[in-house]
Design a protein around this ligand. Sequence first.
Ligand SMILES: Cc1cc2nc3c(=O)[nH]c(=O)nc-3n(C[C@H](O)[C@H](O)[C@H](O)COP(=O)(O)O)c2cc1C
Length: 321
Amino acid sequence: MNSSPASNRAPTAADVDLSVRVGTVSFRNPILAASGTFGYGLEFAHLVDLTRLGGFVTKGLSREPIAGAPAPRLCETPSGMLNAVGLQNVGVRAFVEQKLPVLRKFDVPVIANVFGYCQEDYVEVIRALEDADGLAAYELNISCPNVKKGGLQFGGDPAMAAEVTRAARKAGAKRPLWVKLSPLVADIGLTARAVEAEGADALTIANTYPAIAVDFCTRKSRLGNQTGGLSGPAIKPITLRLVWEAWRTVKIPIVGLGGIETASDVLEYITVGATCVQVGTASFSDPKVSERLPQELRAACFEANLFTINELRGSFCTEIG
Ligand SMILES: Cc1cc2nc3c(=O)[nH]c(=O)nc-3n(C[C@H](O)[C@H](O)[C@H](O)COP(=O)(O)O)c2cc1C
């Protein structure tokens, strides 16, 4: 707890230490807003006190602007949501020139989410971000089709995931490199190990699950893009297992995300090994959720006799009985 030794007062929930470190990056609390669900952060600044978040991850940034997928782009599903936004974004240059100068005014770590359709795209985006101030780390989204490999996802194959990580490292990235893994793999440990070996500083686990929603009356998909990515509470148990599997395999820190809505959800991810978490879909029903969660987390920790959030990490007990 943070209580000063000089004070004789009884500790309260406010004394629980929520600060975490992902490699060299420090966060005041473990709650980050997830890529694609929090715009460039600025869109939320009138609703949310950004400085109360642990941090946030930008919308995915590409070499050139992308217009995105046809509507409808979102569709509600039981305990979740499907999205096919098509990675719409302003492009890395407009981000650096127009968004980043405003973001720098907020005292909050910003992580730039980076994607591409070939290795050179990732390298170009990182080079464009390297000279700009105001970013804490890069997060590589490798759940993208590799056009040079017949559209197979980078993240679906450990060798391709390793190659794109190596290329990003070779691009001279001075900032920490987080790699956001695809959940659509037979063995997440293989991908986790492969990107760790190429110098990833942390893993973000995981992205959405490819899925479809059908309207049988029209015989059509409920999304303009036909298929989309499933997110929200429906995916939490599956992604929790992926975090646990990866945590047993690698030494680098893990950022967990998938279906987090409550303080208990956060604590579950930390129990299976996550150092911090991201909150995505929950921001659609409550844009202030990432601002609210740190306080709820303090109360939940205090209730559970935890003095620092870090005590819980990886304490998942596999004994039976
Ligand atoms: C509308 C929407 C857009 C997203 N866009 C991105 C993106 O640009 N890059 C990325 O890495 N992940 C993106 N994601 C995935 C989320 O960051 C997150 O991995 C996923 O939604 C699971 O977390 P959740 O269940 O808390 O939403 C997007 C998710 C949603 C719902």
